[in-house]
Design a protein around this ligand. Structure first.
Ligand code: NDP
Length: 251
């Protein structure tokens, strides 16, 4: 799927939300979606990083994005409902969401997992995605009805399909995301809202470096290498695909 070639106007007139848009894979996805015509809503916790992405999109002459600074660790259902209301007023539509923000936490033996860290990782990787999805579904359903398609991508990991020693809370959170995707995809089957997970595989980012400090990053794919799949899944060429896990770098 990494050889998919997207037309340069693939996402013209579309409004797409990317979480964790300030760094790593999310940053690259936001830039790429904007370069293919989308108005991108940049959500993340570090305003300076989001502003840098905004500036880059503006300088390239792509549709102007919007910035939503929010820490997913502390946001509540009311915040997310307010956000959905703002998107509705400002843009009138939402065609796609890339749930990309994620927290690795500390890799440790199961018996050493700290309750506080369990809560934080589950909050950012699972609960915030559940609450934000709930808040955004009316907008996504509306887009599917009016424009024929809307899509949700959750970001998974290989440890979200096969548990691995010491990957504790992170792995369990990604299993939860796989489950959420399957439940929701089944429920939304006839609505035109598609729901899939995307497992990027080992990618040259800060998160990967903290999980594998001894690894040579030059041996890894870059976020840019993965963008064909990120474009395919967010755009209309993947229409009809739902309830599936897409693996960017199959073994
Ligand atoms: P990075 O750590 O490079 O980027 C993660 C992004 O999420 C950052 O922009 C970060 O914000 C944001 N984020 C983290 N916590 C919060 C929070 N509490 N509130 C708001 N935003 C937050 O990670 P990657 O780009 O590597 O990972 C992206 C996704 O891909 C994750 O879901 C990860 O689990 C998954 N993945 C990555 C792999 C890899 O090899 N890189 C492999 C498999 C899956 P800030 O910049 O402010 O820190």
């Amino acid at each position: 799927m990494l050889d998919y070639q997207a037309p340069c106007d693939l996402l013209k007139d579309k409004v797409i939300l990317v979480t964790g848009a300030g760094d790593g894979i999310g940053r690259e996805a936001a830039l790429t979606y904007a370069a293919h015509g989308a108005t991108v809503i940049l959500l993340g916790r570090t305003s300076a990083k989001l502003e840098a992405v905004y500036d880059q999109i503006e300088a390239a002459g792509h549709p102007l994005p919007a910035i939503v600074p929010v820490d997913l660790k502390g946001a509540t259902a009311a915040h997310y409902r307010g956000m959905a209301e703002t998107f509705s007023q400002q843009f009138g539509r939402l065609d796609g969401v890339l749930f990309n923000a994620g927290l690795l936490g500390t890799l440790s033996p199961f018996e050493h997992i700290q309750e506080k860290e369990w809560d934080e990782v589950m909050q950012v990787n699972v609960k915030s995605e559940f609450l934000l999805t709930q808040a955004l579904l009316p907008l996504l359903r509306q887009s599917a009805k009016s424009h024929g398609d809307a899509t949700i991508i959750y970001t998974s990991s290989s440890v979200g399909r096969k548990g691995r020693a010491y990957w504790g809370t992170y792995a369990i959170s990604k299993f939860a995301i796989e489950g959420m995707m399957e439940v929701l995809a089944d429920e939304l089957e006839n609505t035109g809202v598609r729901v899939n997970t995307l497992n990027p595989g080992g990618t040259r980012t800060k998160m990967r470096a903290s999980a594998f400090p001894a690894e040579d990053p030059q041996t890894l794919k870059t976020p840019a290498d993965l963008m064909p799949l990120y474009l395919y899944l967010i755009g209309p060429d993947s229409r009809g695909k739902t309830g599936q896990t897409f693996v960017a770098q199959p073994k």
